[in-house]
Every structure is written in C-alpha cells, then in structure tokens.
Design a protein around this ligand. Structure first.
Ligand code: MN3
Length: 201
C-alpha cells in the first residue's frame, strides 16, 4: 500500500522569521507533523479500506474507517491533512496576491477583507484548548470563519478549507509562550494569499 510522506517545505525553517521562529518550524515539521504521518501509515497497515483512497477521501470519511482505526484516522489523518495545508499557505514575508474571485467573495460574505481577517482571528483566538482556526467554504458555498478541535479537519464537517491556522501550543509556545493573540497577529504577516486563492479556485 502507498504510504504517506512528510511533504517538503518550499522555504527554509528560518525563512518566516521574525514572525515564526526557525526552531519552532523545525520541530513542528520534523517531529509533530512527521508523527501524524507515521501514525496514519501505521493505522493503514494491512487494511484494505484505505486502498486507492486519497488523503482527502480518508479524512472526510473517517467515520467509515475500520473499527479500531477511526480515532487514528481522525487524529493523524486530520493532522497530516491540516499541516500539509498549513505549510503551503505560509510564505516568507507573506504575499497579497489574492485573486479577484476570492476578494469579491470575501466582500460579499464578510463585507471586507479586514472583517474576514478579524473573524478568522476571533475564531482562532477564542478556540478553547488545542485546535485550528479556519476560513472555509460551507455546503451552501458561503465563506465562514470556524474553528475545529484537536486535529479535526474541516472536511469532516463538509467544509472546504481555504486557510488554516494551527493554535496548538506547539505552534507558538517557544516564541510566544501563552500569548496566542501575538502569534495570530504574526500569522497574517506570513500568509500566502495566492495559495489561499488557489485553494478557493
Ligand atoms: Mn501543529
């Protein structure tokens, strides 16, 4: 069976400084994300249910996974999917290359880009405990700012994730300690709006 692999980053661990520090990025990628990949692969071992399924399909349909494997699929499949998206929407220095389509949609559903950023920040900052803040497209094709607990993926709720911000302490504790709002403020400085636009398209 095909095994999942840790994706390579398009930038060095130190490239997101001073917003995200090199040490956090390295541990986050090579330890935390690698562990999700390894544990997902271990859960798939010898299980035909996983044959021929993409990561998206596995994550979205986690409740149909074999008994005894569901928790592993939700936690580690979700973890692999969430982090793979997260690395891609980050870029050194950030970029504002938002597509006209996404910009118009944000203005339609939030009023302005500023309001959208506020709503995602709010969802992420008020989420209690470990989890993620998201900008998603819901089943009615409307944009929403939501949060998910633990490593639950928006795909598990029928949402299409466009942008996600990891609010597990492992994502920010070394540099920001308990100051999640400061980390969230930094996040917008390394956001790749071009990739978010690609996720929307
Ligand atoms: Mn993480």
């Amino acid at each position: 069976m095909t095994k999942f692999e840790l994706p390579k980053l398009n930038y060095d661990y130190g490239a997101l400084e001073p917003y995200f520090d090199a040490k956090t990025m390295e541990i986050h990628h090579t330890k935390h994300h690698q562990t999700y990949v390894d544990k997902l692969n271990a859960a798939m071992e010898g299980e035909s249910w996983f044959e021929g399924k993409s990561l998206d399909e596995i994550v979205a349909n986690w409740e149909e996974a074999p008994e005894g494997k569901k928790d592993a699929v939700r936690n580690h499949g979700g973890g692999h999917h969430n982090h793979s998206l997260f690395w891609k929407i980050l870029t050194p220095g950030g970029n504002d290359n938002i597509s006209q389509e996404l910009k118009s949609k944000i203005e339609e559903d939030f009023g302005s880009l500023e309001e959208c950023i506020k709503a995602v920040t709010e969802a992420a900052s008020t989420h209690f405990g470990s989890g993620w803040g998201w900008l998603v497209l819901n089943k009615d094709s409307k944009l929403e700012a939501v949060s998910t607990p633990n490593q639950n993926s928006p795909l598990m709720y029928g949402y299409k994730p466009l942008l996600g911000v990891d609010v597990w302490e492992h994502a920010y504790y070394l540099k920001y300690q308990n100051k999640r709002p400061d980390y969230l403020e930094a996040f917008w400085n390394v956001l790749n709006w071009e990739q978010v636009s690609n996720n929307f398209a």
